[in-house]
Design a protein around this ligand. Structure first.
Ligand code: ADP
Ligand code: ZN
Length: 171
């Protein structure tokens, strides 16, 4: 990933639309997307949503579901601020909800666990502001087409998973 993109991410800002759109477009052209795909964290701005719609039209595909994971800000902060990642294999942990067997060390590979720059509390608050200003408008954008579905994401992982299965019809 480009250093420029990392700079935006570390500060809690969004990476410029044209950079993200280019990455997504290239990825969706891969063979494993022929029968469908899930996008997580994209689109995040109205401009990205418009670009996605153009991409899909070109390839004769369409969006089936848009899922909003609904969580209180306080729970969101708790989940993000406690998140840790393994430097070696990338596995994610949470200091309270999914701790490693030995503090600071990955169960899978023994790698060192670290906190992402943008998971620090101050940066997280900036990400929430960016979400309200730039991403929240997508709720109206996708409600209009009747695509938006909301999942109560305060529950346990298994419950949230069950809700998603109901929506995508794979339960
Ligand atoms: N669609 C996007 N548009 C612009 N920037 C993005 C997009 N998706 C991710 N990013 C950048 O990556 C950062 C981390 O992504 P995020 O999805 O919040 O990570 P995670 O899902 O692991 O919490 C964002 O704060 C932003 O800088
Ligand atoms: Zn690891």
């Amino acid at each position: 990933m480009g250093l420029e993109a990392k700079r935006h991410m570390d500060s809690g800002a969004l990476v410029p639309d044209e950079v993200v759109v280019g990455i997504v477009e290239e990825r969706l052209a891969a063979a494993d997307c022929v029968n469908g795909f899930i996008l997580d964290g994209f689109p995040r701005t109205v401009a990205q949503a418009d670009a996605l719609s153009v991409m899909l039209r070109k390839s004769g595909k369409e969006i089936e579901h848009v899922i909003l994971f609904d969580v209180d800000t306080s729970v969101l902060l708790e989940r993000i601020v406690g998140r840790r990642m393994c430097r070696k294999c990338g596995r994610g942990y949470h200091v309270c909800f999914d701790p490693p067997l030995e503090a600071g060390k990955c169960d899978e590979c023994g790698g060192e666990l670290y906190q992402r720059e943008d998971d620090q509390e101050s940066t997280m608050r900036k990400r929430l502001e960016v979400y309200e200003a730039q991403t929240a408008p997508l709720k109206a954008y996708y409600s209009t087409g009747g695509l938006l579905r909301s999942v109560d994401a305060l529950g346990a992982i298994q419950d949230v998973y069950g809700e998603i299965q109901k929506i995508v019809g794979r339960d």
